[in-house]
Design a binder for this molecule. Structure first.
Ligand code: PLP
Ligand code: MN
Length: 381
């Protein structure tokens, strides 16, 4: 790893020595989250394949696998390659790849690790088969079904025909592995009842898709999907056999605003931005973390456990703190004070950083236990 002035502190350093802004993981909270999801999957006899697009970090994927995950999902080929290079051996690209040059690399990767991929077109299957044929390796293929998001995926009625295409290319190394049924838009519907209704509808579409596969004389081994906002409902459906939730491990402000689902495990905030006040006005304070440090697609961060402070957009490198409407200016931090921010959205926030600083013993007096590289940072192709 290149040494540059932003190189984080070494294991054993007190958290106070960590220069700002920095992306920090509360290891105690993360490990409780990790265990709660692993326990949930085990109790419901479901496979867990967490989405690694969230942390993009092989060391964390290994912890998830050690706790019972069958492997991890990624969203992009380059992300799969980066995690494979760092030792992950079971990967599912839960997304479509259509470029023949990329599919050549998919086929090469399938020769080195256990690999799965999603498809939603005849052309995609044909190109995948062509690439796999010359590589001589095997790949698990999930037919993606659009279960309500209106993003990728075939209509439920078309799933059987596409599964037939996959089966027709068995000699090229394609194995029909089942259906991918993921409803992204359901994840942040605020009320648990709305999310339950969305997944109930998704289940009916996925069942219809499965019926077309069965009617084509093809066994459907698995339905995979689900995210942090909805996985209890997929689990209750009896249809999904594998959960792909990712954000549960770190959480973010957007997920914290969801009304919890009944009986769902509690996930704690484990991802933080350590920032520092670098300027003070009469009625505002400015921290050294802007949207080069945290993603703002899901809204601005909040200040951890400080409902008396609000954050407004200060641009690339600054965040502006104001007293909340009910609070006075006295609550504002002083110059040099440390301010812990909770990012609005964990996945794109992590992708802004080279390192995750993992701290044991809490934010106020913890110790850096390890520093993880964000191995697949920037791997968006
Ligand atoms: N599965 C797929 C296909 C996804 O795109 C995502 C996230 O966008 C997830 C699973 C994980 O969702 P979350 O991070 O909200 O738990
Ligand atoms: Mn996300």
């Amino acid at each position: 790893m290149n040494k540059h002035p932003c190189t984080p502190p070494a294991p054993g350093d007190n958290i106070a020595a960590l220069l700002t802004p920095a992306l920090v993981v509360d290891l105690d909270a993360m490990q409780r989250n990790l265990q709660r999801m692993a326990d949930f999957a085990r109790q419901h006899r479901l496979r867990l394949r967490p989405h690694a697009k969230m942390h993009k970090c092989a060391a964390i994927a290994k912890l998830q696998i050690a706790a019972g995950a069958v492997g991890v999902c990624v969203q992009k080929l380059s992300e799969a390659e980066a995690l494979a290079a760092a030792g992950i051996t079971d990967l599912f690209i839960s997304n479509e790849v259509i470029d023949p040059a990329k599919l050549t690399r998919v086929a090469e990767l399938a020769g080195r690790v256990t690999l799965a991929i999603a498809v939603d077109s005849k052309l995609g299957v044909e190109r995948l088969a062509l690439a796999m044929q010359s590589a001589g390796s095997q790949i698990d293929v999930f037919v993606e079904v659009d279960v309500g998001q209106g993003r990728c995926g075939v209509a439920p009625t078309a799933a059987g025909a596409l599964a037939q295409q996959v089966v027709a290319h068995a000699s090229a190394g394609l194995r029909f592995a089942g259906l991918q049924a993921y409803h992204g838009r359901a994840q942040h519907l605020r009320s648990a009842a709305e999310r339950e209704a969305a997944i109930h509808h998704a289940a009916s579409l996925a069942r219809a898709a499965q019926a077309t596969v069965t009617a084509a004389g093809i066994h459907c081994p698995l339905v995979t999907g689900a995210g942090t906002g909805s996985f209890t409902f997929e689990a209750a459906s009896g249809l999904w056999g594998e959960l792909q939730a990712g954000s549960y491990l770190f959480m973010d402000r957007d997920y914290a605003e969801n009304q919890p689902a009944p009986g769902a495990p509690v996930f704690e905030q484990a991802l933080f931005i350590k920032s520092q006040v670098i300027s003070r006005g009469e009625a505002h304070a400015v921290v050294d973390a802007g949207h080069k440090t945290y993603a703002i697609d899901s809204g601005l961060p909040t200040v951890w456990q400080r409902s008396d402070l609000t954050v407004t957009n200060g641009g690339d490198e600054h965040g502006i703190l104001h007293p909340a409407p009910h609070a006075s200016a006295d609550v504002l931090p002083q110059l040099g004070d440390i301010v812990w921010l909770v990012p609005g959205h964990c996945d794109p926030t992590v992708n802004l950083h080279d390192h995750l600083v993992a701290v044991r013993g809490g934010l106020s007096d913890g110790v850096v236990e390890t520093v993880w590289a964000v191995d697949a940072r920037g791997c968006v192709s």
